[in-house]
Design a protein around this ligand. Structure first.
Ligand code: COA
Length: 163
């Protein structure tokens, strides 16, 4: 099991995912803007299964609910990547909180803590090349593109932290 420490930044608190975060998660999973490059909004009848899978996953891997003051505004996770080797950074924030550097602040804290705490040679992220805000975030984190793969019907860029 990988640890999921509570992290704090200037404007945010990142704490482990809890069952009572489901309202926040439903908001993220059903939002067309959040889901634009993630396969579209999750249909109502599939949300419960996704929530259950996420909570199961969070027993083994870190999932953080990101809080702005006391309101949940996003979700960040570190989970095994499909390549079977690397740990993948994933992030999603409610659109009301985009464009303020909050996603950067939160992901910066996660990446820095994970690289310092665990014996990881790197962290990777996968995002559609059409998802320019996500690519900008990864670049701001100092990550670099290492590969491209066609997956989920779109071209995906794989980014990695530098050694
Ligand atoms: C990807 C995502 C997290 C990026 O969010 P974001 O708010 O654009 O990212 P940041 O927190 O880095 O904010 C960046 C913007 O805030 C601006 N900003 C404003 N105040 C800032 C501050 N104090 N510090 C840093 N940046 C600031 C930056 O200049 C930047 O704007 P720009 O891109 O026009 O230069 C968001 O679009 C999202 O949740 N998308 C849906 C989910 C998704 O696609 N996830 C990726 C697949 S895993």
């Amino acid at each position: 099991m990988m640890p999921c420490p509570t992290l704090t930044t200037n404007r945010l608190t990142l704490r482990p995912l809890q069952q009572d975060d489901n309202a926040n998660l439903r908001g993220l999973l059903s939002d067309p803007n959040v889901r634009r490059y993630l396969g579209g909004p999750v249909p109502d009848d599939a949300i419960s299964v996704q929530l259950s899978n996420m909570h199961d996953d969070a027993l083994a891997y870190p999932y953080w609910t990101v809080l702005d003051q006391t309101n949940p505004i996003g979700l960040i996770s570190l989970t095994p990547h499909k390549d079977g080797t690397d740990i993948e950074l994933s992030y999603q924030f409610l659109p009301d909180f985009w464009g303020r550097g909050l996603a950067y602040e939160a992901t910066r804290a996660v990446v820095d803590d994970a690289l310092a705490r665990w014996t990881l040679s790197r962290i990777i992220a996968e995002t559609q090349i059409a998802n320019t805000t996500s690519l900008a975030l990864l670049t701001r984190l100092g990550m670099v593109e290492i590969n491209r793969v066609a997956r989920f019907g779109a071209m995906q860029a794989i980014y990695a932290t530098k050694a």
